[in-house]
Design a protein around this ligand. Sequence first.
Ligand code: HPA
Length: 237
Amino acid sequence: MTPHIRAEPGQIAETVLMPGDPLRARWAAETFLDAPELVNDVRGMLGFTGTWRGHRVTIHGSGMGMPSLSIYANELIATYGAKTLIRIGSCGAMQAHVALRDVILAQTASSLSTPSSGIFREIAFAPCADFGLLRSAADAASRRGTGVHVGGIYSSDVFYDERPDLTEIMTRHGILAVEMEAAELYNLAARHGCRALAVLTVSDHLLTGEALPAADRQTGFAEMVEIALEAAFASAG
Ligand code: HPA
């Protein structure tokens, strides 16, 4: 047990999918895993462990924002031995050629700061995805015919941003989209020798103001779960 996860040792798999929303964790576990078992519900943050094509998988919520994700990812890695962590979530597009429902694989995650900034101090560390996971996810997405973009994203600390100049700078530097968790997930993976990737669907568009209706969000979410699972076990056969 940890302060935020009540699972017993051994109840968490080495591969963990992390949606922001705990109810999405429940839905994904019940939809995609065989014999999903509830392994955490502390503070309403749900985690489930089951199997997918015979492989053990945990699907555990991260909450919103890097400080929340950092709590769960730290405990999953340090106490429970998680080795592969894949964020599945939504993002806001920052490029005209990126459309609603497209999938983005975050090769890098820029930020103004992360919970690791205090450790890195003067270092502008470059948080990046695990290449093997990234390549496998790109292969899985193209097999499915999903519109997929691979590139840099921006992990922000604010959803209600009052700095439009930041969006402009990110867009000008080719950043594909904004979300709020990936950079710290990549930092933690680097620090602890884990594999990490963020698979995101575009739920809204910062340049056009468009947003996906709720029903379409579920469809996009299902696609991300499948891409994440296929990527996680691509070399396991
Ligand atoms: N900003 C930050 N995070 C997000 C957004 C956004 O516009 N859309 C989805 N996640």
